[in-house]
Design a protein around this ligand. Sequence first.
Ligand code: CA
Ligand code: CA
Length: 311
Amino acid sequence: MNRPRSVKGAAGAALVLAMLLAALASSIVAGLLWHQQLWLRQYDFQRDQSQAQSLARSGIDWARLILQEDARSNSIDHFGEQWAIRLPPTPLENGEIGGEITDQQGLFNLNALVKGGTVQPDVLARYARLLALLNLPASLGPALADWLDADGEVTPGGGVEDGFYVALTPPRLAANRPLVTPDELALVAGYAPEVLARLRPFVTALPPSAGTAVNVNTAPPEILAATLDGLTLEDANRLAAARGNKPFLSVADFRSQLPSGIPVNELALRVTSDGFVVRVDVRQGEVQATGLALVLREGGAWPRIVWQMIE
Ligand SMILES: [Ca+2]
Ligand SMILES: [Ca+2]
C-alpha cells in the first residue's frame, strides 16, 4: 500500500533534519573539544613560557653570584676561573638550562672613544690600529667618534655628523651618546653587516664607569696589539699562548714579558675584569627562552645589571 506523497515527503524531511542535527551536534562537540584542547595547549604554553623566563632570570642571578664569589676569592681574572666555564645544556624538570659568562674587559670598549662628549685621540689611535689589523677601513674610527661625541663638527679622516644622517632614508640623527650595545653600530656610517661580522668578536659597549683599560689576561691578540703601539700580532699571539698556562699576576708581570722597546701606557692595561655579558638559554616543554645581560662588578657590591633582555 502506497503512503500518501505528503507523508512520504514529511518523513524524508525529518530524516534530512535528523541528519543535519546530528552533523551539527558532532561539529559542535568537535568544536568544543578543539577549543578545550586549544585552551589546554595555550595554558601549557603560557605556563612553560613563564617558567622558562623566570629560570632565565634566575640563571642571570646565579651568574652574578659566581662573579661576586670570584671577586671575593681572588684579585685577578683569567680564563682558568670558574666563571669562564660554559654550562652546557643541562637537564632539569620539563626541560633544560645552559649558559655562559663572557668577559668584556678584554675587548675594545667602543664608548671609550669619547669622554665627557669629547673624542679621545689616544683611544681613537688604538681603534685605528685595531681596524688596520682587521683589514677594515680607517674611516670607521672617525665615523663612530662623531656618532658618539657631543658636537656637530666632523672628525677628520672619515667622520660624518647629522648632515650625512638626515640625507638617509629613513633620515636619522647622530646619537651623540654612548652605545648601549654594539648592535647599535649598524646605524653608524660604514658599519655594513660584513664589517660588523668582522669587528664584533673584538668590541664591546661598556658604560664609562667600567673604564677603558683592557684585561691582558682575556684580551684577544688583536686587542693586545692594538692597545700597545709597536707590539706585533706575532708577539701578541705568543703572549696570549703563554698566559694559557700561567695568567699574568699584575700589569708589571705582563710588562716584564713584553719585547723590549714597546712603550707602555699602564692606564690602558689591567689584569682584572668588571664587565661581563651573561647568556642563559632555557627550554621548558616546547618553549625556548633566552636571558641576556650586561653585568658590572663594582668593588665588592652585588654585581649590577646594566641592561637585561628576557625573551
Ligand atoms: Ca677572578
Ligand atoms: Ca663630532
